[in-house]
Design a protein around this ligand. Structure first.
Ligand code: DGT
Ligand code: CA
Ligand code: ZN
Length: 575
């Protein structure tokens, strides 16, 4: 646990150092990032190592080791404290606006006293930015649009899931280790896998709340406690995210997590259903309305059952048809155990890939897959792509490895780049040599809707393309996706048989749940994959699964739940 805690702190140090150096490529920030990676991979607790052993680790130098020492001795790191004071949460939020770098942010603060999204919005309205050298009316317009599009301003500011989830998981894990704790569950919008969350709701089952509350107050992520009670503690993290921790009795844990998972609309519909049956439903129990006898409270399954409903996965709890479906019978959703292969996996042949081909294969093998596709970046992605020669060589190696890994089918693919006109890398003949390809948009995110639609349809029409990667190209909270005509693209997917990817990265979760849902009942195929660039990221599959659930994907539409033979037919377009 200490390793992960320290890794988080080094990540934060890296983020803040980029602001201090006003340089996203800051050399010092990179050093902190490699320290963080090294800590995350380290098996023994770092505290069991001597200083010289620490320095012997890849990515950890003397100054990093000193900082680890500081934290172990005093529970804080001077430099981090100094940077946190220099760059408060509001400022950090402002720097996240696309198109606003650390340099511009520093100028805004120094010259206009603008250090939050709110103040920036005011300054834009007052046309103040054009008074600053190097900025102009264009900047004002661009930033106003970015703020508007991302919903970054005001009280309804939301945190991207990729930022909230790791923090929530860390807190949950810490609390699970507290004496007397039976179970911990992350609830609210995070459990429903919404793209962004207003706050994090964590529920802890324990008959003795006090030690839990004490532990929460001591967590290193806590910046400020905003509500302090025996059974509920709310705090803000240094990044400004609110986390509510509630302690409830183990015997009503099911009712409590159900209530705090929501959504509110789902809860209201269930409560009405309970009332219609002479029962009451609240965060403590489903009970008899007459004599208050508890009917079900321990588990969510029990409560749904007592309401004559099949279990509803949290991702579907939005009161948009799931209750009616649960009334009819079990709801078919994709689950992790159905997945037979990962179809979008990078090795270190990609410039941004980290682990070797063998590592990635063994990673997939360890996850029980029957097939996998290696999809390193193609040549047009200038810094990250592989040349033709490298691709051919990799294919040869993969074929050789087949006998060494007889239980998993190793397929050779690539991730192609869709250019503004919908064309992809290589030529038809070279493309025909791949077993499987996924084609993705990696540039030109701002073209008009019509051009983006044609671009996607053209790529789908390419006989070598088997799937479209991260359909919109969005980075949640940082970059809006391309705008395209969803119906036209779904129709294109039907006519060409090209699958749409559900990319599991929490920054992406792309295709969006809205698109997946629109494809329900149509002849559109999906692949759920991790786009892993290192072995550990193969575990992202669970987020892709949850995204598929949120989009209510029919498991039959999911290509990588199919047996090998059918998948191979799909690769050759016979599906
Ligand atoms: P957000 O906005 O991302 O925090 O979304 P949620 O869904 O996490 O909303 P939040 O944190 O306000 O509340 C957590 C859950 O608690 C919510 O999903 C359902 C439940 N809840 C909150 N307020 C009410 C309410 O007035 N009535 C009912 N039935 N449930 C509520
Ligand atoms: Ca919430
Ligand atoms: Zn990729």
């Amino acid at each position: 646990m200490i390793n992960a805690t320290l890794a988080d702190l080094f990540d934060e140090l890296a983020e803040l150092t980029k602001l201090e150096d006003q340089n996203p490529q800051s050399f010092r920030a990179r050093a902190y990032e490699s320290a963080s990676r090294s800590l995350r991979e380290l098996q023994p607790a770092i505290t069991t190592l001597s200083k010289s052993e620490m320095i012997g680790l890849k990515g950890i130098g003397k100054s990093t080791a000193d900082k680890i020492g500081e934290f172990v001795d005093r529970g804080s790191i001077d430099k981090l404290d100094r940077l946190r004071a220099m760059f408060p949460a509001d400022y950090r939020q402002m720097v996240k606006i696309p198109g606003l770098g650390a340099k511009t942010a520093a100028k805004l603060r120094d010259e206009l006293g603008v250090d939050s999204v709110e103040k920036l919005t005011e300054a834009i309205v007052g046309e103040k930015l054009r008074e600053v050298a190097g900025l102009g009316a264009k900047t004002e317009e661009k930033l106003a649009k970015a703020i508007g599009r991302l919903g970054l301003s005001g009280k309804d500011r939301r945190t991207p899931i990729a930022e909230a989830m790791p923090v929530a998981e860390r807190v949950a894990k810490e609390l699970a280790a507290v004496d007397g704790v039976v179970e911990v569950k992350i609830c609210g919008s995070l459990r429903r896998l919404r793209d962004t969350v207003a706050d994090v709701d964590i529920l802890v089952a324990s008959s003795t709340p006090r030690p839990v509350a004490n532990r929460v107050r001591d967590l290193p992520v806590v910046d400020e406690i905003i509500a302090d009670g025996d059974t509920k503690v709310s705090f803000l993290t240094h990044a400004g995210l609110q986390i509510d921790v509630r302690v409830v009795a183990p015997e009503s844990f099911g009712a409590a997590i159900m209530y705090f998972t929501g959504s509110k609309a789902h809860n209201i519909a269930l409560r009405q259903r309970a009332i219609a049956r002479g029962m009451t439903l609240n965060e403590y129990a489903l009970a008899d309305a007459g004599d208050a006898r508890v009917i079900a409270a321990l588990s969510e399954v029990d409560i749904y059952g007592a309401l004559d409903l099949a279990y509803v996965v949290p991702r579907l709890r939005e009161d948009s048809g799931e209750i009616e479906a649960a009334e009819r019978g079990p709801i078919a959703v994709v689950t992790l155990d159905m997945i037979r292969g990962d179809l979008h996996v990078h090795s270190d042949l990609s410039g941004d890939g980290e682990d070797t081909l063998i590592d990635m294969i063994e990673g997939c093998l360890a996850r029980g897959y029957e097939y996998m596709v290696i999809t390193d970046h193609a040549e047009d992605l200038t810094i990250n792509g592989a040349s033709r020669e490298q691709m051919v060589e990799q294919r040869g190696r993969l074929r050789e490895l087949a006998s060494r890994y007889p239980t998993i089918e190793l397929l050779h693919g690539t991730e192609l780049n869709i250019d503004p006109d919908g064309n992809v890398d290589y030529d038809a003949e070279f493309l025909a040599g791949f077993d499987f390809t996924v084609a993705s948009v990696h540039s030109h995110f701002d073209l008009p809707t019509e051009r983006q639609t044609i671009r996607l349809l053209t790529a789908m029409g390419n006989p070598a393309v088997r799937a479209i990667g991260h359909l919109s190209g969005r980075m949640i909270g940082r970059r809006p996706g391309i705008e395209f005509d969803v119906d036209a693209v779904l129709e294109g997917a039907e006519t060409t048989g090209v699958a749409l990817e559900i990319n599991s990265h929490l920054e992406r979760l792309d295709a969006t749940s809205e698109v997946i849902r629109k494809a329900r009942g149509r002849d559109v195929f999906f692949i759920i994959d991790t786009d892993a660039h290192r072995v550990k990221e193969l575990d992202y599959m669970r987020w892709g699964i949850q995204q598929a659930q949120r989009g209510w994907l029919d498991p039959n539409q999911c290509v990588n739940t199919w047996p090998l033979k059918r998948f191979l037919q799909f690769c050759t377009k016979e599906a």
